[in-house]
Ligand binder design. Structure first.
Ligand code: SF4
Length: 359
């Protein structure tokens, strides 16, 4: 079945490191946006989506609109329906309504439980609000709660990160996404001198977190994703398994009917048009749908790349194995059928993938 991603590009304020597409929240703009999303959904009445993901932005700001949008989504009975939310705007009232409307997975932008680190990230919440948001979501009946964590952020140390991980794992969190801070061009962070951990400390932070989470029952299944048994994110797995999904909203991407599209980062254009203008991506060559894309996506997963499937998609398994011999031993595993990266390999995954593909 197909997945559905709906981008909700509204935030209360812009965080200084963020380059996701979002605009300042406004009630009337949110209302117009909702209507445009519902209009676009009309083109997919024949679908039965088995995963739905409201990403942003801060989707929970539009919780009333999202309840209405959900009434227009043809989703399957057992669909995984995720909504991204931030502490500080996540309350019993909106969570209960969202749950009744069908949302069954909440992804919270926790980032850290350390107040100084949160302040340096420009986040509007503190550690206490973060903990409260998780407890509230759980008490409203959400047992599938994911928390986003950021690694290698200003003021963060190996010890403070480890404390955050250990506190977080005492809470009813089923899934953790641990991302390394990336300084994106054209963000306020790119213009500042930041008290960031150095490269060695950053590597340690990642490897220590993988180990700590593993010890606490969160298995790594992708470079940045960790889950308790039964709580792997089904929607994100569609991306990494090269399965199809529809994306609605500015900045959303789609892979649908064998073709890839994206929508320009332009909320006014999206609201004005009868149907969103989907720009076709250049999918010529092996980079899309072929063995290269398969390798790039599958090597993000702990499960790794299956050689038979790689061959079926036109790749040369012998050459790949030959290239693998040149990679340091601790960076990958080969079990006779599949190649997968170890946590040390994930740290340098781009370089390894380029080498395996002979770039
Ligand atoms: S709340 Fe999230 S999407 Fe919004 S600006 Fe901050 S990091 Fe970006």
């Amino acid at each position: 079945m197909t997945g559905l991603y709906i981008h909700i590009p509204f935030c209360l304020a812009k965080c200084p490191y963020c380059d996701f597409y979002s605009v300042r929240y406004g009630r009337s703009l949110a209302e117009e946006y909702k209507r445009a999303v519902i209009r676009n959904l009309g083109y997919y009445r024949q679908e039965r989506f088995d995963t739905v993901y409201f990403g942003g932005g801060t989707p929970i700001l539009l919780w009333k609109e999202i309840c209405e949008i959900l009434g227009n989504i043809p989703f399957a009975d057992n669909a995984e329906i995720t909504l991204e939310a931030n502490p500080g705007v996540t309350f019993r009232e909106n969570l209960k309504e969202l749950k009744s409307a069908g949302v069954n997975r909440i992804s919270l932008g926790i980032q850290s439980l350390n107040d100084d680190e949160l302040k340096a990230l420009g986040r509007r919440h503190n550690g206490e609000a973060a903990i409260k948001s998780i407890e509230t979501a759980y008490s409203c009946g959400f047992d599938n709660i994911s928390a986003d964590l950021m690694l290698s952020t200003p003021l963060q140390t190996k010890e403070s990160l480890s404390r955050t991980v250990s506190e977080l794992c005492k809470l009813p969190v089923a899934h953790i996404s641990a991302y390394m801070l990336k300084i994106e061009e054209n963000t306020p962070y790119a213009q500042r001198e930041l008290p960031l951990p150095d490269e060695d400390v950053t590597c340690d932070m990642y490897l220590n977190t993988v180990k700590q989470l593993d010890g606490l029952g969160y298995k790594q299944y992708e470079i940045s994703s960790f889950a308790k048994e039964g709580f792997i994110c089904r929607h994100n797995m569609k991306y990494w398994n090269c399965e199809e999904y529809v994306g609605i909203g500015p900045a959303a991407h789609s892979y649908y009917n064998g073709e890839r599209f994206f929508v320009n980062r332009d909320i006014d254009g999206f609201i004005r048009s009868e149907r969103q203008e989907a720009v076709k991506e250049d999918t010529e060559g092996a980079a899309f749908g072929g063995f290269e894309e398969y390798a790039m996506l599958r090597l993000r997963l702990a499960e790794g790349l299956n050689l038979k499937e790689y061959k079926r998609r036109g790749g040369n398994a012998k050459t790949l194995l030959k290239e693998a011999e040149k990679i340091p031993k601790g960076c990958f595993n080969f079990n006779g059928e599949s190649i997968s990266l170890t946590p040390s390999g994930f740290l340098v995954s781009n370089a390894i993938i380029a080498k395996l593909l002979g770039y």
